[in-house]
Design a protein around this ligand. Sequence first.
Ligand SMILES: [Zn+2]
Length: 319
Amino acid sequence: MTMTTAAGETTTRNLALAIDIGGTKAEAALVDDAGVVLAASRFRRPTGPTASSDDLAAAVLSVLGSALAALPADATLLGVGIGSAGPISVADGLVSPLNLPVWRDYPLRQLVIDAVPGVPVTLRMDGECIALAEHWVGAAVGYQNVMGMIVSTGVGGGLILQGSAIAGPSGNAGHIGHVEVGGFDDPCLCGGIGCVEAVASGPKTVAWANRQGWVGATGEDLAVAYAAGDPIAIAAVERSGRAIGQAIASATALNDLDIVAIGGGFSRVTPDLFRFIREAIAKRDWDFVTKVQVVPSALSDAGPLIGSAALVHRADLVA
Ligand SMILES: [Zn+2]
């Protein structure tokens, strides 16, 4: 459909329906082709480890239906993009989010196809969506070899290499949280030992600090203690940053990355986290590894939704 702008030009208003499924919430919104979320179309429902499978499906259908109801009469819905916590099975449209244990090989894509018939529905891992969002309108605009990362209750990521999003045959490429890092022996839910997520996520960093005698419960508590100069909090954040930095150095050795953009709640524990990450990378001798820039995400908290929308609006980058 067409509309006329204030300048008198006729334009087509093309929108994507973006859905983000994570361990704590399901969210949906309409997003335009400039990566702008229509605020009135944004809806959120809790998920969580105690929800039943039906509860989770109802949460997805609720936010999706509310967002769709906000579709302006003069707009065209191009398609639906779904970003889900991993692992996923992209060929079959199935999801098994680590922190939503009642969903194992759950047919999320079909649930959405049935709810929104007649438009393409694309499912990818949330980490790939974040990489697409940073590359589209975030901190990695203009770069062709990008890793987007989230450091929060978990550690996720996704890759854009030579300008194309890399999903891999199963859809799980870029799962940096489950790369093992040298010098750490923390057991991971995935079966790995010393995975980045098992060392450096917000809850795991807090748990390590607790084992050293620090009293506090959350990443926010740790941020306050860090700012106050608490030596255990400082050691905990340094340890987290070192693990993330080692993983990024390894990922760069493998993929020749230009830039890594990191978002997520725990990435803001202190700006010093980025210093610790960069110090770990700087220990390497090779320029092609140490050249990688590590920067904070430039996305708002709508980053995951923008990334899901990129599956529609930037479909040419998505294999
Ligand atoms: Zn793991």
